[in-house]
Write a protein of this length. Structure first.
Length: 318
């Protein structure tokens, strides 16, 4: 059996991929090459892939292909009509990054909420050595205790964030983007209510037609002037132009983002106009990417292949 790993660099060069040699020959490509991708998989039995579109254009020559393993949970790069017609199975990975994303959510929050960029610069610039008092109150920040923490998308990650928010003494409310999620541990509210009452709004929803541009100018106007917006779902859930304008006009307190509409970030992204790090932090889609999570991801793919070969159903996407 031949396994072709198409985008190994998306897992990092510190993740050991030698486990896949148990199943047969393994060919590893670090990055996608649109001119060569189809040729690379022509004799593959299994493909391990992240974001490369799996459609007829790339798959039509892969006549031996039995299984596509995704190193991600999302399946929007899969042409299911084509793969079903040709008897190709698809397996994704689930749950591998939950703790990583929950942790990063609060890392982004506290960076902005406690104005850490300002105080870090205050000390490192030497200003603190010239101070006549032991502390500094120039830039105000607040406790999370007693605040309302609004979560958009209360799936596994959203629930993890909710539990931590409760430990900080927050009241948790949530909005179900599908309308189907009913969690009796927390109060479910509509989106306008969540935006109006929340001191922190944290997004952990998938990108769908219903969530595209879910947070735009009108929604940002509903938020408290000192509220913090966090997006760890998908970039296109928040309208970037509207968010940039809201931050520049100080209509909300700040934002922490790990996802953007187009990644890597485009040079003309309107959020680049916001240079105040006490109001905005953007990380390059790394919330999922702790060392532990990336290794769990690879292990999940390994187990998906092993179970498939044993005739079992494990993370097979229908």
């Amino acid at each position: 059996m031949k396994i072709v790993i198409m985008e190994a660099n998306t897992l990092g060069n510190d993740v050991d991929l030698s486990m896949f040699q148990e199943f047969g020959d393994v060919v590893i490509y670090g990055e996608s090459n649109p001119l060569e991708n189809a040729e690379r998989i022509e004799d593959a039995d299994v493909i391990i892939v992240n974001k490369i579109p799996m459609n007829e254009d790339i798959l039509k020559g892969a006549t031996k292909l039995k299984l596509i393993c995704l190193t991600a949970t999302g399946t929007n790069n899969i042409d299911f009509a084509y793969i079903k017609k040709h008897g190709i199975s698809v397996a994704n990975v689930k749950g591998y990054s939950t703790q990583s994303v929950v942790q990063h959510t609060f890392a982004l929050l506290f960076y902005v909420y406690e104005k850490l960029a300002y105080y870090d610069h205050y000390v490192k610039s030497g200003e603190y050595t010239r101070s006549d008092i032991f502390s500094n109150f120039d830039v105000k920040f607040h406790e999370l205790y007693g605040k309302t923490f609004g979560i958009i998308g209360l799936g596994e990650i959203g629930q993890g964030v909710a539990r931590i928010a409760e430990l900080f003494g927050c009241k948790v409310v949530y909005y179900s983007t599908s309308g189907k999620n009913q969690n009796f541990e927390y109060e479910r509210v509509d989106l306008p209510t969540l935006l109006k009452i929340s001191d922190v709004v944290s997004i952990h929803a998938p990108l769908t037609e219903a969530t595209t541009d879910l947070i735009g100018e009108a929604e940002l106007e509903m938020m408290k002037p000192d509220a913090i917006l966090l997006n760890l779902g998908r970039g296109a859930i928040v309208n970037q132009e509207a968010l940039a304008n809201a931050l520049l006009a100080e209509k909300i307190g700040g934002a922490g983002l790990d996802v953007l509409t187009v990644e890597p970030m485009l040079a003309d992204n309107p959020l680049r106009k916001v240079q105040d790090s006490t109001r905005l932090i953007i990380t390059p889609h790394i919330a999922w990417a702790t060392v532990e999570a990336r290794n769990r991801c690879a292990k999940e793919v390994y187990l998906n292949i092993k179970s498939y070969l044993a005739g079992e159903i494990r993370n097979i996407v229908e």
